[in-house]
Design a protein around this ligand. Sequence first.
Ligand code: SF4
Length: 123
Amino acid sequence: MSGARKPGQALAASRITSADVRRTPVTYRRATDVALEELPNQRSGAACRDEEPELFFPLGEGRAFQPQITEAKSVCAACPLLSACESFALAHPAMTAYGIWGGTTPDERTALRRKARAARKAA
Ligand code: SF4
């Protein structure tokens, strides 16, 4: 990809390459990379390890992106790090602002955080 990308600037998925993902900040990196650094049970191995990173970074969450999201989620569903990855993503919204983490989309994580806040308030 040509041109410098500023931190927080969204990637255009159609232009993302594996090399781009490897050298980008953690926000844009697949959970595999983070798992090796941050997640517990990292030796279990992330299921996305052998997948194209682009699969986990759909450009949106609308109908057009559902096949990609479904495919990414199916990889997550078989991942031994699923629970830890989701917890990590929920606890680090800035680091995981984009992409599929722990089988969830950004909008789903926002909803889960909102639900958790409401439950804490109600308790
Ligand atoms: S749950 Fe999904 S995104 Fe997270 S490490 Fe596993 S395969 Fe990768």
